[in-house]
Each structure stands twice: as C-alpha cells, then as structure tokens.
Write a protein that binds this ligand. Structure first.
Ligand code: SF4
Length: 340
C-alpha cells in the first residue's frame, strides 16, 4: 500500500477498520505532496499513537536514495535510487532561472536499445510501478526542499511501453489532491510506439509529446534505434498528426546530432521534408560522448550549419544546452550496472 495514491481504497479501509478519522489522511497527503517529508515522525500534527500505528503497518516510501551527484555549475543533480528488489534507477534534476525540471525514469533498463544511449546497454528488467515513478518526485523535492515545476519522462525506459502506470502517475502528479503540477508542464518522450500514441490521443491528455526522431529516414533510424524496426516512420508521423488534430498540442521532435551519422546538410534537408507540415518544434541535441562507444559529437561548425538550414526554412529550432555531462547526467548518459 502506498500513500502516493490519494484514492487507494485499501488505505481508506485500513483507516476505517482502525477508527482513524478521514481528515488524518488529508493531513498525511499534505505532508507528502506539499512538504515532501521522508518519515511519519516528521508529521507532527498526527498524534504519537497514530504515527506508531502507521510505522508498524506501512513503509512511507520504497525507494532508497543511494547517491546524489552535482554538476560543477550546480545546475544539474543526478539521483541514484535503489528499488525494493535491488534494481537501480536514476532521475536528473535540471535547474534554470525559471524552472525546476525533473527527468524521471519509467522502467528499469530499456528495451529500445538506442545505440548511442547508455541506459539501453544493460537491457530491460521491468516496468516501474506507479508509486515508484512518483516517489522520484517526492524524494527529489525533499532534497531541494522545493516544489518541482516540470516533469519529463525522459530518464531510463520507454514510457509508452509502461503506459498504464505512466498515465496513472500523471493523474496523481496533476491532481490537486496530489502534486498539482499542470499536465502542460509534463512531457513524455517516446521513440514512437504507435499504439501508445493512439491511446494518448484517445485520452486527450494535455501533456507535451516529444518524438525522439534522431534520423531523417527509416534506414538511419533503424541503425541507431534498433527497436524502431517495429514501426515505419510514416506510420509514426501519421499517428502524431492524428494526435495533434485531437489534442491541439504541438509536437516536439528531438534529434541527437552524431558526427557522420545524421548531421549532414542532406540529412537536414530530408528532416525538413519530413516534418514541414507539423505544428512543431525541433530540439537539436549534440551527442554526449559515452565511454566505449565510437560515436562523436559533431564540430561546432557542423551543428551550426545544420541548425541554420532548419531556421532558414522557418522551423522552430532550439539547441539543447548540454547540462550535467560532467556527471554523466546528460541525455543518453544514464547508465547503471544492476545489482543482480
Ligand atoms: S535513449 Fe531512451 S529509448 Fe533509447 S535506449 Fe536510451 S532510454 Fe531507451
């Protein structure tokens, strides 16, 4: 049982059976969702007896914070968590003047196995439970003693392959009984799981949807995203167009620039043709080097040429400023050797 589900019927039942007044549950949720406490002992407006009863019957959180690494510029922090079964996940906090964004994991490992990404290297272990997704938010908020403003599902795992749990966690993140973070401040990044995109469309979730595109055609894409063999780009893009028609949310495309793989001007031209009819933005991410991989980050001139071409074609282009690469917290660098 987890207190992170404000509607958990089993907890209601426990309170009823133990004659605990309902308003106590509201107080507990307030301590968790607004004050991010780590123990029942910190819930000082609950009587001692009740705190003891709760300690005896519940574990407040299942995740154990193992390490925190901070980048030199103090703008990025990487958190390593151990789950109950001994497996490990990471979350990354990215600070800017206006935002406190947490990049969270949705699975242990990843089946997609992008060849440029450290997370995919060790294979897939399991989906995260709803409470395991949410505890990343509470424990990081506890560390910074502040409210997070944005959540991105861009850590370890493919969120659309754990969609039911991801959507339930978003319901709690965005609920005023939960973290009260607007759905518009929550982003899901996917390699393009067509059934998942269709389900998101049906549910008309007002979140931000990002496609990890990374290549201007199926052939290059399948080399660097092996799982992409399951879906044609044409079908993925069609499902995104349908998603836009229903939700009216712009699509964000992400494109990791890797030297001599996908960073020529010809690639930029093909990319433009692919996405020119979308209401969208494109985020260019210069590749973050990973030990033992032969990929390289393109030179500054090549990145600039690629970006300038897309800008000339009037696309809305951003280049992600690489944060946290000194602690391997930048995109694609999350890598963990599991304990088992
Ligand atoms: S980039 Fe994302 S989808 Fe690809 S292997 Fe890494 S975690 Fe999985």
């Amino acid at each position: 049982m987890s207190f992170l589900n404000p509607e958990d019927q089993k907890i209601f039942k426990f309170f009823e059976e133990n004659n605990i007044a309902k308003f106590r549950l509201k107080q507990i949720h307030d301590w968790i969702f607004s004050k991010y406490v780590k123990t029942f002992d910190e819930m000082t407006n609950l009587g001692l007896d009740l705190r003891e009863k709760l300690k005896k019957n519940f574990h407040l959180y299942s995740l154990k914070l193992k390490t925190i690494q901070e980048s030199k510029d103090e703008q990025t922090k990487k958190y390593l968590f151990e789950l109950k079964d001994g497996s490990l996940i990471e979350s990354v906090l990215i600070l800017s003047e206006t935002r406190k964004t947490l990049c969270i994991s949705s699975q242990v490992g990843c089946i997609v196995k992008c060849t440029f990404c450290a997370s995919g290297k060790n294979g897939f272990f399991r989906n995260l439970e709803v409470f395991e997704i949410l505890e990343q938010i509470v424990l990081v908020s506890n560390d910074i003693q502040d409210r997070l403003t944005n959540i991105v599902f861009m850590g370890m795992g493919e969120p659309l392959l754990n969609l039911d749990n991801v959507l339930s966690s978003i319901d709690i993140m965005s609920s005023d009984k939960g973290f009260n973070i607007s759905k518009r401040k929550i982003s899901i990044s996917t390699v393009g799981i067509v059934e998942g995109i269709e389900k998101l469309k049906e549910k008309n979730y007002q979140i931000n949807l990002c496609l990890s595109l990374h290549a201007p055609d199926d052939s290059i894409r399948r080399q660097i995203i092996p799982y992409a063999k399951k879906y044609k780009l044409e079908d993925i893009l069609k499902s995104l167009q349908d998603y836009f028609l229903v939700t009216k949310r712009d699509i964000a495309f992400e494109y990791i620039l890797i030297e001599n793989v996908n960073d020529d001007i010809d690639h930029a031209k093909k990319l433009y043709e692919l996405i020119k009819n979308f209401q969208c933005s494109i985020n260019l991410i210069p590749y973050n080097p990973i030990p033992n991989l032969n990929y390289k980050r393109p030179s500054h001139q090549r990145i600039l040429a690629f970006k300038s071409f897309l800008e000339k074609m009037n696309l809305n282009v951003t280049q992600r400023y690489t944060k946290g690469d000194d602690i391997s917290a930048a995109c694609g660098q999350l890598a963990i050797k599991q304990n088992f």
